[in-house]
Design a protein around this ligand. Structure first.
Ligand SMILES: C[S@@+](CC[C@H](N)C(=O)[O-])C[C@H]1O[C@@H](n2cnc3c(N)ncnc32)[C@H](O)[C@@H]1O
Length: 229
């Protein structure tokens, strides 16, 4: 399995996208089903501190603070445009500008890391997973949701096409996602299919939930960050 290569999509794409990202029809068809699936899981987690990586305009985080009022929520995104809209949405969430592959947080800061419809954009998925692992407490959880490719060749085709237009992304297959997560030192708890029409039939979104083992059972070394605040 190959990685995306270290240059990902430009921030400008997302800054521009932020102006119409919250269109009701798009949200309802694409993002709400995913957010609902993540919320269902989070209700059972009782996580006190939650990091959302690639938080976009912060719709999910606003839901989290409304439904789980005890939770301290941090939304992180590299796009200033997205974060501007997020800041207008809620002042109960801490919004932080940062890159998924070099998260600006100390080790073991969060009980849960969520990421919805963003992971496929991260230019170095292994580095992002290593960062999720680093910032989680032992026994903390990741909840990562994104569309999947039905087969590896479809993934490669889409990846090649997205590179051609200069905004590379990669939708892994479900099995590849499981492998990636396990290679980063997590134990996969579940991979749930999320119902979404119409594109969801071909590129079915999944929610992968996985646990960072506690110190005694941890067997994988994780990558250290270059710098963090
Ligand atoms: C399709 S949006 C999803 C936003 C949100 N999670 C949601 O479910 O509505 C993808 C987001 O990932 C962010 N993103 C992409 N690459 C990133 C990176 N390397 N580091 C941080 N954020 C990134 C983009 O700026 C964008 O806000």
């Amino acid at each position: 399995m190959s990685d995306i290569g270290l240059s990902g999509p430009g921030r400008g794409l997302f800054d521009a996208w932020s102006s119409f990202y919250d269109l009701e029809a798009v949200q309802r068809a694409t993002y709400r089903p995913v957010h609902r699936a993540v919320m269902r899981s989070l209700r059972e987690e009782h996580a006190a501190s939650i990091l959302d990586v690639g938080c976009g305009t912060g719709q999910l985080d606003a839901d989290i603070v409304r439904e789980l009022p005890w939770a301290r929520v941090v939304g992180c995104d590299f796009s200033h445009g997205m974060l501007r809209h997020a800041a207008d949405r809620s002042d109960r969430v801490r919004w932080v500008q940062g890159d998924a592959c070099r998260l600006p947080f100390h080790d073991a800061r969060f009980d849960a890391v969520v990421s919805t419809e963003a992971f496929h954009w991260f230019p170095d998925p292994a580095a992002a997973l290593a960062e999720f692992h680093r910032v989680l407490v032992p026994c903390g959880r990741i909840l990562i949701a994104h569309a999947t490719s039905p087969a590896h060749w479809v993934e490669e085709l889409l990846h090649a096409a997205s590179r051609l237009v200069g905004e590379p992304f990669r939708w892994p297959t479900q099995d590849e996602m499981r492998e990636r997560v396990e290679r980063a030192g997590f134990t996969v708890a579940s991979q749930e299919h999320i119902a979404r029409l119409p594109g969801g039939l071909l590129f079915a979104p999944i929610l992968t939930t996985a646990v960072k083992p506690d110190r005694h059972s941890a067997s994988h070394a994780t990558r250290r960050p270059a710098a963090h605040a």
